[in-house]
Design a protein around this ligand. Structure first.
Ligand SMILES: CC(=O)N[C@H]1[C@@H](OP(=O)(O)OP(=O)(O)OC[C@H]2O[C@@H](n3ccc(=O)[nH]c3=O)[C@H](O)[C@@H]2O)O[C@H](CO)[C@@H](O)[C@@H]1O
Ligand SMILES: C=C(OP(=O)(O)O)C(=O)O
Length: 426
């Protein structure tokens, strides 16, 4: 699909309520996890995103049939695995698809998955995924740009991750769910998306203990049942809308949020002088009272400040007078937003993974998103300035935000994205 650029007219506060979608990064591994069951599984709260379409294309190749039975309700059924390979054309579209390796290996005993390669902001290795599977008894060889994995029996044993990895933890869990082995993962990720995957798997008959702690114990079971599950709210989309509210000096209520998943984001905004009021599954973000203060932010694994909100935070701080420092050691090269924000008058100097930001008023300019959260940062920046900002690279925004322009128009944003009636691949 070829998309026309996004046109944003900013410079005035937004107001009202917005409902946060369910989590992309929780939904994707749960969709993949349905490969482990022969039975039909219904998932509620699946966002309608191009990343979801990409994983469904891959699942179709593997033998899954799916049907949308409601706007955000998806039925998936994999009676048999028809193919055990995940080819480059499908995996290269989205790195998250690499976790099919563990799921296909578990269900079919062998899997061939293309190396995911780099992404817009630099290398994203999968060495921990491979080391984990090998340590637990699988044979994994690299061959012609693919990983070939095989197991003769159930996975068994203990693996200590060398660093916290969300995807690596997903892959190892998926590989270990079926069978009669016992797998212990140490230094495992405690990310909300890992917890949601485990809760889904346990709801259909898996035996996994330790969700939300660094030690996860997976006891193999012979088979998984069918069932129904609701994906958690998207803490990254919520974080994005919180940055948007602060950057446009607005008062906005976010519904369908888990405030406990947003502590680091909330604390940073409060330190800047933004008022935040939590009430059940809603958060009121009020940046209308007084000047905002610059802050220093360093990303970390959950529950730290998320790298997936770093570009949006950088865009916000580019509008706050004074000096802020943003560091992203999780993804040191995640900086594609910087040159584009420069086009809008931002004063950001970069050294390694550190951005030193001197806040000022931004101005409208034509800009181009090179990845999903950089696109969100540019959207936020555009909404802070008078005049028309034209954002190219809209397909990246559609990877992670459902009907973004339409939903933001509900808050009073002047944003248009026209879709050309052309059937072309992005
Ligand atoms: C689809 C999805 O859920 N994507 C999220 C997931 O990506 P993803 O699961 O790929 O990210 P990881 O948690 O694995 O990466 C964390 C860090 O570990 C490093 N690493 C990871 C694996 C490995 O084998 N070797 C290695 O060195 C990475 O380069 C990075 O520095 O978590 C990231 C960190 O919260 C988010 O930015 C992504 O949005
Ligand atoms: C980087 C992201 O996704 P992925 O890991 O699929 O690139 C993201 O959701 O911000």
């Amino acid at each position: 699909m070829l998309l026309t650029p996004l046109h944003v007219q900013g410079g005035r506060p937004l107001s009202g309520e917005i409902t946060v979608q369910h989590s992309k990064n929780a939904a994707l591994p749960i969709i993949v996890a349905t490969l482990l069951s022969r039975e039909k599984i219904t998932l509620h709260g699946v966002p309608r995103l191009s990343d979801v379409d990409t994983i469904l294309d891959l699942m179709h190749h593997l033998g899954t049939s799916h049907a949308w039975v409601g706007e955000n309700t998806l039925e998936l059924h994999t009676p048999e695995i028809l193919n055990t390979d995940a080819p480059y054309a499908l995996v290269s579209k989205m790195r998250a698809s690499f976790i099919v390796l563990g799921a296909i290996l578990a269900r079919a005993g062998q899997a061939t998955v293309s190396m995911p390669g780099g992404c817009a902001w630099g290398p994203r290795p999968v060495d921990q995924h491979v080391k984990a599977l090998r340590a637990l008894g699988a044979e994994v060889v690299e061959d012609g740009g693919n990983f070939d994995a095989r197991r003769t029996g159930s996975l068994n044993g203990t693996f200590v991750f060398e660093l916290l990895t969300v995807g690596g933890t997903h892959n190892a869990i998926l590989a270990a769910v079926l069978g009669d082995g016992v797998v212990t993962l140490e230094n495992a990720s405690i990310d909300t998306d890992v917890v949601d995957l485990i809760e889904f798997l346990n709801s259909v008959g898996a035996d996994i203990q330790g969700a939300g702690t660094n030690t996860i114990v997976i006891r193999g079971v012979p088979a998984l049942r069918g069932g129904a599950y609701t994906v958690i709210p998207d803490r990254i989309e919520a974080g994005t809308f919180m940055m948007l509210a602060a950057a446009t000096r607005s008062r906005i209520t976010l519904n369908n949020v888990r405030p406990d998943h947003l502590r680091a984001v909330t604390a940073k905004l409060q330190e800047m002088g933004v008022d935040i009021l939590e009430s059940g599954s809603s958060i009121l973000v009020d940046a209308t009272r007084g000047e905002l203060k610059p802050v220093n932010v360093t990303t970390q694994s959950y529950p730290g400040f998320p790298t997936d909100v770093q570009p949006q935070m950088s865009a916000l701080l580019a509008t706050v007078p004074g000096t802020s420092v943003v560091q992203d050691p999780v993804y040191p090269d995640r900086l594609t937003h910087v040159a584009e924000l420069h086009r809008m008058g931002a004063n950001i100097t970069v050294s390694g993974y550190t951005q030193v930001i001197q806040g000022s008023r931004l101005h409208a300019a034509p800009v181009k998103a090179a990845d999903l959260r950089a696109g969100a940062a540019l959207f936020i920046a555009g909404l802070t300035c008078e005049g028309e900002t034209v954002i190219d690279g809209v397909q990246y925004l559609n990877r992670g935000y459902e009907k973004l322009t339409e939903r933001l128009r509900g808050l009073g944003a002047d944003a248009r994205q026209t879709e050309l009636a052309m059937a072309m691949d992005d």
